[in-house]
Design a protein around this ligand. Sequence first.
Ligand SMILES: [Mg+2]
Length: 263
Amino acid sequence: MASRLSNKRGVIVDLDGTLYRGEIAVPGAVSWFHRIRQTAGVICVTNNSKSPPDDVAARLRRMGFDVRDDQVLTSASAAASYVAQVWKDSPVLVLGEEGLWQAVSAAGIRGFRPGDIDPERVSAVLQGIHQGCTYGDLAELCLAIRAGAAYVLTNPDRALPGERGLVPGAGAISALIESATGVAPLVIGKPQGRMMEEALRLLGLPREDVVVVGDNLETDVAAGHRVGLDTVLVLTGYSRREDLASSALRPTWVLDDLGQWFA
Ligand SMILES: [Mg+2]
């Protein structure tokens, strides 16, 4: 087991529950990261569509991870890259925050805010989390989708942790739009595979040389499986060993913590 895992030349690693919990690094994760990056290409992936990659990387560095900005891929960057490939030079209606707008600009997308373009002229709608969105914004998105625009969603997370508890995520906003239009979004983030495909493209390695590492069987392992990658489930976050019995998903390896990687 250890020999095949140590042969991997590319690692796609989840953040929350895998590298850190809250603002604290998971025990053993910093030394694992330092060691793995000597022998493998590393891309850190997060469904977060709110924060730009350099903010996420800065947060990781504060916790001790020796990570570069270009080693962080968010669902917003992956979504923008996908939209730029499929609807190049076409008008795209964007609902999101700083992280999504930076990604839209970096990808060279012709992005418009709700109200700044006739919904009939929109080729695609790109939606992430937007905590300041209004009914009027949502109506513009629905009108564009009903007029035939494709609908792309950064990440399907229905709830996310706020200071007072769980608050609506990008997936909850999307549920409203889907309810109003009858159109399901094309999802980029986990558990779908498109963010993993983008991470693979960034690594530039063949599938068999790359492994996905995460703490969540139903998102990290599922997304890895969707794109035909080996997976490592680490039991330092969301999923428990008991969950394996009740799930059809089988990670290639299960580790109690990242310290076991090189054991
Ligand atoms: Mg996680």
